[in-house]
Structures are given as structure tokens and as C-alpha cells.
Design a protein around this ligand. Structure first.
Ligand code: FE2
Ligand code: FE2
Length: 219
């Protein structure tokens, strides 16, 4: 398939599934006390940590120079988000001493992503799809912050974090355009992308079932 047509098809398939994440109103109504901003920001720290650690792991084993640089850029951005969220939590008087975002281990999606060794799979799963999920989740989180009157956190997400995550998604797209050329590569990209959506806990409702968590920001 021609690469541009392939990307368009992949995006449409992703969007169909991502539609299940929106809108959040119904969930908000039944969530009880589980939508505290500080609690959700602590989950965001875990997501940011997993994002920069994943990209960092991939830098060394990615032969293509421009993809390597893309992952390096992402490491920096996600680490910056981590610090900014920590600062915001401190402003909210949350004591982070002794807090370990991965005290309960890495997420299932992270563990799957670390098994990918192929550049096209990494781009499709880790950047193009994972970051598309983040964009939807962050949009919902911004709405939630505004609704709760936390305009400072909303602005942090709207003005700094969300533009970076958009950039990561777009970087995945432009690099896939360059590297997902053969039918075989495109099929691998498609499979990795589907698996990513499948494992995104928010999409399967698993996070909600396990811990009553939803509307947590992504990365
Ligand atoms: Fe990101
Ligand atoms: Fe991030």
C-alpha cells in the first residue's frame, strides 16, 4: 500500500477505538471521589516516567539517526513534564517524599513496548499510537481541571504538555511515512498499534475496574 494511504488508514482505525474514550461525562458522574487532581497527577508521573524510560531504552538500539534523535527529544520532553508535574503537586501541598511512581511495577503496556525491537513497530506503537491516546486523555483531563476550578493545572497541560505530546505523535507520523514502506512493515506497524490500543488500560476499562481510575492524563 502507498505509505500515505497506509498512515491514513492506521489513523482512522485508531480514532475509531479512541472514540471509546470520549466523552467523559458519564464516567465523571459515577466516579465518586476518585477524580482528585492530585491523585490523577501522581498517575501522570508514572506515565511520564514510563514514557521517558521507554524512549531512553530505544535510543541505543535504533540504527536510524533521525529516529534516534526523535527518541532523544522525547526523553527530554517527558522528563521535563515529570518535573513540572512534581512542581505542580508541591504547589498543591502534596508531599512527594518517598513517593515512587512505579512502586507497584511498570504497566502492562510499558512491558509490551519494551519488547519491540523493530523501528517501524516502535514508531507505530510508542509514538504514533501511544501519543494519540495521550492527546485524548489530556484533553479530558484539561476539561476536568477547568470544571473543578484548577486553572493552573489546566494551563500547564494546555500550554506546555499537550503541544509536546502533539509533537511526539506527529514525529511518529512523519517517521512512519519515511520508514513504513513495504507491506510487511506496514502489517507489523498495524499489529503493534492495535496491541498498544488493546493494552491501554483506559480503553479496556481495566483501570476503572481495578482502581476506579479514569481521566488520568497520558503522555
Ligand atoms: Fe509524549
Ligand atoms: Fe509527557
Amino acid at each position: 500500500m502507498e505509505t500515505a494511504a497506509f498512515i491514513k488508514e492506521l489513523e482512522e482505525e485508531n480514532n475509531k477505538l479512541l472514540g471509546r474514550l470520549e466523552p467523559g461525562e458519564a464516567l465523571t458522574a459515577e466516579s465518586g471521589g476518585n477524580l482528585e487532581i492530585d491523585r490523577l497527577l501522581k498517575i501522570a508521573l508514572k506515565n511520564e516516567l514510563e514514557a521517558f524510560e521507554l524512549s531512553a531504552r530505544w535510543i541505543e538500539s535504533t540504527p536510524e539517526g533521525d529516529v534516534k534523535l526523535g527518541f532523544a527529544r522525547q526523553v527530554g520532553d517527558e522528563a521535563k513534564h515529570y518535573r513540572m508535574i512534581e512542581d505542580r503537586l508541591e504547589e498543591l501541598n502534596v508531599d512527594l517524599r518517598g513517593f515512587n511512581p512505579i512502586a507497584n511495577g511498570y504497566g502492562e503496556l510499558f512491558q509490551y513496548l519494551t519488547t519491540l525491537t523493530d523501528t517501524v513497530e516502535r514508531l507505530a506503537a510508542g509514538q504514533f499510537t501511544r501519543e494519540a491516546i495521550a492527546l485524548v486523555k489530556n484533553r479530558q483531563f484539561i476539561e476536568l481541571c477547568e470544571a473543578k476550578g484548577d486553572h493552573v493545572t489546566a494551563r500547564l497541560y494546555r500550554e506546555v504538555i499537550q503541544p509536546d505530546e502533539t509533537y511526539h505523535h506527529k514525529l511518529g507520523r512523519s517517521l512512519l511515512l519515511k520508514y513504513a514502506l513495504t507491506d510487511e512493515q506496514q502489517e507489523r506497524a498495524r499489529r503493534a498499534s492495535r496491541k498498544t490500543l488493546e493494552l491501554a488500560e483506559e480503553l479496556s476499562g481495566l483501570a476503572l475496574k481495578k482502581a476506579g481510575i479514569h481521566h488520568a492524563p497520558g503522555c
